[in-house]
Design a protein around this ligand. Sequence first.
Ligand code: FES
Ligand SMILES: [Fe+2]
Length: 396
Amino acid sequence: MNTTQTESGLGTAYQMRPAATRTELTSVGRGTPMGELLRRYWHPVGVSTDATDVPNKVRALGEDLILFRDKQGRIGLLHARCCHRGTTLYYGKVEEDGLRCCYHGWKFDTEGRCLEQPCEPEGGSFKDKVRQPWYPVQERYGLIFAYMGPADKRPVLPRYACLERMEPGEFVEADDTSVGGGGPAIIPCNWLQHFENVVDPYHVPVLHGSFSGPQFTNMMAALPEVRFEKSSCGVTVRSIRKQENGKIFYRITEAVLPTLRVVPNPRVAEFARVESIGWVLPMDDTSFRIYVAGRVKNAGDIGRMRSKFEGKFWSEMTEQEHQRLPGDYEAQVGQGPVTIHSEEHFGQTDRGIVMLRRMLKDQLDALAVGRDPVGVSFDQAAQPIEFEAGNYIRDA
Ligand code: FES
Ligand SMILES: [Fe+2]
């Protein structure tokens, strides 16, 4: 221990340095370093059933957008404020070929082209000169992905081997309830606080093994031996726990830039490659949600991976129960809306987080000199991305 901290009068909160956050890593708005980095990748902004003939609100990377599906089945994702005089398209009506604003009836197609200006002379003589800001979307794995970056940098939407190669009886299901977040669908803190948790295996025996329950299988309760490794696209965590029967429980989790959590289900004692992946969507600087897609045998299997605390779901608990049985939600939201990096003290066990932040910072630097960040591909024929993640049992 630092001896000065033991002397009375020293180390009081009054002597703290001014609070500082590395906002280059946390802020997601357009024009911010991380906001621009995130905008080089595709992000899920809804499940397929969110795009219907009733406009739906989407908040992503600090932007308010409107999602809809026109009567021809095409998905549109438009800037929420109408380019005429700014009312929200949320109150618009979906038609055969687009979305009509409620205020003066301008109609926009799924790529923002203005099709009609009904109050203007001759149905709108300058409609070809205005365009409602829009984003390209693609539907895959039951999710709707949006690309919110510069048009000439648009990569291909990646495929993932764990969602392409099925075992017998399996199919892909999507979930939008932030399974893995330990709480409600929308979590009120910065996305990076959650993403860092993916490479923090030492919280498992403490938070999940003791404070929350225990929540996971007994095998997760022991303090693991951990190796952190830089992968081509993120950080891989290899945790080894010796079992009483002499076998070794080997668990691999991966954080894949920029927001992908590749975490095998910790609640089942099945030994297999990872069955689901989760995208952390920063809604803005102080809230995020998680979209998951996974291989399942029964509809609703992903929702059943949701955390329980002494048999209760998070939403069923009282404030007293949350305090007595905190989980990932409490620990991460407890770091504040955006954590204060100047107050942190890293130990040996935080190496994964140091690596992840450094990798993110390296991508910011790459972008600043005009290079593409890791993990983006412009090759339409690119092979599905493979992960090592999974729960495995091995002989010692
Ligand atoms: S504000 Fe949308 S048509 Fe006028
Ligand atoms: Fe956790």
